[in-house]
Design a protein around this ligand. Structure first.
Ligand SMILES: [Zn+2]
Length: 310
């Protein structure tokens, strides 16, 4: 099983030759998602060798251009390459009003179904679910209505310890209850505790995305103890005032949220183009939150590795 996140764009509003604006590709147990879709996202997907026709759901956090201006181009390319599989786009309700006329004026007739699903920008809401994972959106604090997202695996069924099958004379029909954490009584009256015959549970992995937002302590309850938190840190501490006035965060804000939420790892991104290198961000973070990293375009985060490292 695989749960990885590829950072396609780690910069803020202005694209530079080193950092593209925001987009992320998530592969969670062969579910393929895109979070935000800035200008140039389709090129970044190609550059990092990601098969974008597999993407089934796109989550757009808000309607500042550096988070969705790449959508029309990506949809158009998907269509030109013969896509037939339907696609779901979760975003602010006005998104559809922008995208559909763009496609129509260009004469594009999509050969696949495009479904827009409006996000609720005031509460935490479940927006996707299947047998192995769930996606929730939750409100952030930005200049316009904005959502963060959390992708979380469901609790996995326990594995039966093969050594115990013979020892306890377990049969297939006993497995399901034990794997779901229930004790059973055998036909001969023997009580079997699931703890005695199953292997230790595997970790449930989770990924939270918070961009763009000013420091918002309310978010802490939504992202408690996630494996990896991606939080924007557009600014350094010396530019805290600018962070506040533009409804963005500093490294200090991001680290505070990570620390209060007790996340395993913090990755910061959405770096302002005013900083020519990420050295100062890295230095500040080291002193604020030990297990942290500044995102680069192309960074691939393996959540299972992050979980086992801590
Ligand atoms: Zn924004």
């Amino acid at each position: 099983m695989n749960f990885s996140v590829t950072i396609l764009g780690s910069g803020a509003a202005l694209p530079t030759k080193n950092r593209m604006p925001t987009a992320q590709y998530v592969n969670c147990n062969n579910r393929h998602f895109l979070i935000d879709c800035a200008e140039g996202t389709q090129l970044q997907l190609r550059k990092y060798k990601i098969n974008f026709q597999k993407i089934s759901h796109i989550f757009i956090s808000h309607l500042h251009g550096d988070h969705y201006f790449g959508l029309v181009g990506l949809l158009s390319t998907m269509n030109l390459l013969g896509r037939e599989k339907e696609l779901f786009i979760h975003g602010p309700k006005e998104l559809q009003d922008f995208i559909m006329p763009m496609l129509r004026f260009g004469g594009a007739r999509l050969a696949f179904n495009l479904n827009f699903i409006a996000l609720n920008t005031t509460d935490k809401i479940k927006i996707y679910e299947d047998p192995v994972l769930e996606v929730h959106s939750f409100p952030l604090k930005h200049k316009i209505p904005t959502c963060g997202f959390i992708i979380k695996e469901k609790k996995k069924a326990l594995k039966i310890n093969p050594k115990k099958i013979k020892e306890k004379n377990l049969k297939i029909e006993h497995f399901k209850a034990l794997q779901n954490g229930k004790d059973i009584i055998l036909e001969n009256g023997e009580e079997i505790s699931f703890k005695d015959v199953t292997l230790p549970p595997t970790d449930v992995l989770s990924y939270a995305y918070c961009s763009d937002t000013k420091k918002n302590l309310k978010v802490v309850e939504f992202i408690k103890e996630v494996t990896v938190l991606y939080h924007e840190a557009t600014f350094l501490i010396k530019d805290q005032k600018r962070a506040n006035s533009t409804f963005h965060s500093s490294t200090k804000d991001a680290a505070l949220i990570a620390s209060k939420a007790n996340v395993k790892k913090l990755v910061v991104g959405h770096l302002s183009s005013r900083y020519k290198t990420n050295d100062a961000h890295t230095e500040e973070l080291q002193n604020l939150f030990t297990n942290s990293q500044v995102a680069e375009d192309g960074l691939c985060i393996d959540l299972a590795k992050e979980q086992s490292r801590s």
